[in-house]
Design a protein around this ligand. Structure first.
Ligand code: 5GP
Ligand code: MG
Ligand code: MG
Length: 189
């Protein structure tokens, strides 16, 4: 990185601009408003990646809802899913008999989503659906349904708008692909 103060310098190319993301939130929000009308859903954002998407998306959902969060981790080394998913922070709400909507930044192998859906179903949720900003369908390993998503995305490591690299760059207002040299620099550290 040449100028460490300017975080845009780590981006190779932008895949989803701020306008693209706003359009996605409007479209999904409208759909979810219809599908959850009269249902009082429990909307659970998956920390920390879904925080930006959750706040923008739910502002386009014109339904009475409750918001909660949970944190799960599966990424051992920053890029590859280990396949083992761990619950780090649980939801506060009782999910029994609730219509749960999980909000995710991206579904990749599907291990994380499968783990969360199984857990919430086991606890007696009435329904468990997922709305993800991005869907990396090429890498799916678990046969899990992504009920709603903003866009499919190519098989590349993306950052921004909640998505991190080594827990940084979440605050970029768009989604882009990291420059290969940024990854290389960290591998050589
Ligand atoms: P999965 O269990 O579906 O393989 O992985 C889900 C989680 O891995 C996502 O919630 C996200 O935190 C992380 N992840 C997957 N692909 C990417 C990516 O391209 N960029 C970033 N920053 N995180 C990713
Ligand atoms: Mg995540
Ligand atoms: Mg991550």
């Amino acid at each position: 990185m040449q100028n460490s103060d300017n975080i845009d310098n780590i981006i190779d190319r932008v895949l989803f601009s701020q306008d693209d993301i706003e359009e996605i939130c409007q479209r999904l929000g409208k759909q979810l408003t219809e599908d959850y009308a009269g249902k009082f859903p429990l909307v659970i954002g998956v920390l920390k990646g879904a925080v930006y998407f959750m706040t923008d998306l739910t502002r386009h959902m014109n339904v009475k809802m409750q918001n909660d969060f949970m944190d799960v981790s599966s990424y051992g080394d920053g890029f590859e899913s280990s396949g083992k998913v761990r619950l780090d922070i649980d939801v506060q709400a009782d999910v029994k008999d609730r219509d749960v909507l999980l909000v995710e930044d991206i579904v990749d192998t599907g291990h994380t989503l499968k783990f969360m859906k199984d857990l919430l179903n086991k606890r007696g949720a009435k329904s468990v659906k997922c709305c993800a900003l991005l869907n990396k369908t090429e890498r799916r390993e678990d046969n899990v349904v992504v009920d709603y998503y903003g866009s499919k995305v190519e098989n590349a490591f993306v950052v921004g708008y909640g998505l991190d690299y080594l827990n940084a760059y979440r605050n970029l207002p768009y989604v882009g692909v990291l420059k290969p040299e940024v990854i290389q620099a960290n591998l050589n550290r």
